[in-house]
Design a protein around this ligand. Structure first.
Ligand code: ARG
Length: 258
């Protein structure tokens, strides 16, 4: 319905401006074709989220990147990653610019209004990072504190519910952690695995034992692309069954019994 309205508005705008308009669906994906005639599965992500997606030289690597590449292979498709701001991923998927959004993205009711989600592929938590000598001993002690988050993430959403907290939004999770190191904020609320990566080399920081929330990651797909949703779920099931999924995870998360 919403899409129809938007395209009608666009048509109207085109007629009146006589500009050369084309639907956004023609420019990016909706499974674009590559030279070998295969369709390309375009993944939208925000590669600031180790171990799920991060830059390694010129490449984007990580659990999500490898998992999505394996899904594409399973579907006989070529594969391409588009890196963007985290809060641009759902719009990119919704508009068809990308086919899938894979970004350690938590399934939430709100997001389900705009996209479908695949079966979940990982359990996750939001945790609290503080300075080693902080008086914040648990999530409930965040009341009235300065809390850093990555813009548009579930950490951002949950932090805004903390009473009297001042939420500082950063474009990258790592920037929030840096601000904490520099004493500009009191805590960071962020996903557990990236938190471990960010804190690894920062002796003055620690992750509180008590998790803030529990959540699950899944792949975002446009609402009008149920066919792809089914295919992706099929491919995910195969990757789980064959052990390939575990293999990818083990490569990036050195098991500490979790
Ligand atoms: N799990 C959180 C969310 O869905 C954070 C994800 C951030 N991902 C990223 N690639 N930066 O909101």
């Amino acid at each position: 319905m919403k899409k129809k309205l938007i395209s009608m508005l666009l048509i109207t705008a085109c007629v009146f401006s006589m500009a050369a308009c084309k639907s956004s669906k023609d420019e990016g994906s909706k499974e674009e074709k590559s030279e070998d005639g295969k369709q390309t599965l375009v993944m939208a992500t925000n590669a600031e989220f180790p171990p799920y997606e991060f830059h390694e030289g010129d490449d984007i690597v990580g659990i999500d990147a490898e998992m999505a590449a394996a899904v594409a292979e399973e579907l006989g498709m070529d594969f391409k990653i588009e890196d963007m701001a985290f809060d641009s991923i759902i719009p990119a998927v919704d508009s068809g610019k990308a086919d899938i959004g894979v970004a350690g993205m938590t399934v939430t009711e709100d997001r389900l209004q705009n996209v479908n989600f695949s079966d979940t592929y990982a359990k996750a938590t939001q945790v609290v990072i503080v300075k080693e000598d902080s008086d914040i001993k648990g999530p409930e002690a965040l009341t009235g504190k300065k809390v850093g988050v990555q813009l548009g993430t579930t950490g951002d959403i949950y932090a805004s519910d903390i009473k009297d907290a001042q939420v500082e939004q950063y474009n990258k999770g790592f920037e929030a952690v840096q601000a904490l190191t520099q004493g500009k904020i009191d805590a960071v609320v962020i996903d557990g695995e990236p938190a471990k990566e960010f804190v690894k080399d920062a002796k003055e920081l620690k992750i509180l034992d008590e998790a803030f929330t529990e959540e699950e990651y899944a792949i975002a797909i446009a609402k009008d692309n149920e066919e792809l949703l089914e295919k992706v779920n099929g491919a995910l099931a195969k990757l789980k069954e064959s052990g390939k999924m575990d293999e990818i995870v083990a490569k990036y998360i050195k098991s500490d019994a979790e």
